[in-house]
Design a protein around this ligand. Structure first.
Ligand code: SF4
Length: 239
């Protein structure tokens, strides 16, 4: 596993491993509904029980999830597009943080970049400053990740201090709300930068869980999000 603060030793920073590149709307979080280009990078350092992008977890030779592109070619392709918002997702994009730093530098300045991360790996300084919105989802107990792997306070503190990070807490069961409250307090995370989200991969799950998660968000005076891509397209790939 790559350490949270170390550089990507052994990873070629001129190459990006990815499995999807598509245009859609942001489905979750504070910027939900905004049209964007999505780049889904391959590889993850966690294995959550509810992961809905398992096809992006591994980089296996010959696997469809093992497409590669140079950062230079990718930036040229993206710079030719009409949209100017890029969402880097995965998998865990920061496993390829050096490549993403190169990509961020090669993109035209009018690109707005968001990153979806599990908050266990620290971005490079140049990537930290280039990204406009960090959507950070440290895993709560229902994800099934040991706490010492799920929560890396030194990384979360760096992202919090960027003042461009949202703490997106994914809730599967009511006890996650208590765990999320404890994490917010432990990190001294600003309440206006918290987003509660119901976990779900079906419309029925999102509606049932979304009702009590939304009520819990109201009680706390904090933001709620659903998952528009699941409601609209049932989580179909490329949406
Ligand atoms: S961190 Fe995200 S991509 Fe990785 S296993 Fe968990 S849900 Fe899946």
């Amino acid at each position: 596993m790559v350490g949270p603060m170390a550089s990507n030793r052994g990873v070629d920073p001129s190459i990006i491993h990815y499995c999807e590149l598509f245009e859609s709307i942001q489905g979750e979080g504070a910027t939900a509904g905004i049209p964007a280009v999505f780049l889904r990078l391959t590889g993850c350092n966690l294995d959550c029980v509810y992961c809905d992008t398992r096809y992006a977890q591994r980089r296996t030779a010959g696997d469809e999830a093992n497409a590669t592109v140079t950062t230079t070619a990718l930036a040229a392709e993206l710079n030719g597009r009409r949209l100017r918002r890029l969402i880097l997702t995965g998998g865990e994009p920061l496993l390829q943080r050096d490549g993403l730093s190169h990509l961020g530098s090669a993109l035209a300045e009018d690109w707005t970049i968001e990153v979806e991360t599990n908050g266990t790996l620290c971005p490079t300084p140049s990537l930290l400053s280039r990204v406009a919105a960090w959507n950070v989802s440290p895993k709560l107990p229902s994800a099934g990740i040991p706490p010492n792997q799920a929560v890396v306070p030194e990384v979360l503190s760096i992202l919090r201090d960027s003042q461009r990070a949202w703490l997106k807490l994914v809730v599967s069961r009511p006890s996650d709300l208590i765990s999320g409250d404890a994490l917010i307090a432990e990190l001294s995370w600003p309440a206006e930068r918290v987003v509660w989200m119901a976990e779900g991969t079906t419309v029925d799950q999102l509606v049932e869980r979304g009702r009590w998660v939304a009520e819990a968000a109201v009680v706390r005076g904090q933001r709620f999000t659903t998952r528009l891509h699941v409601l609209l397209w049932s989580g179909q790939r490329g949406r």
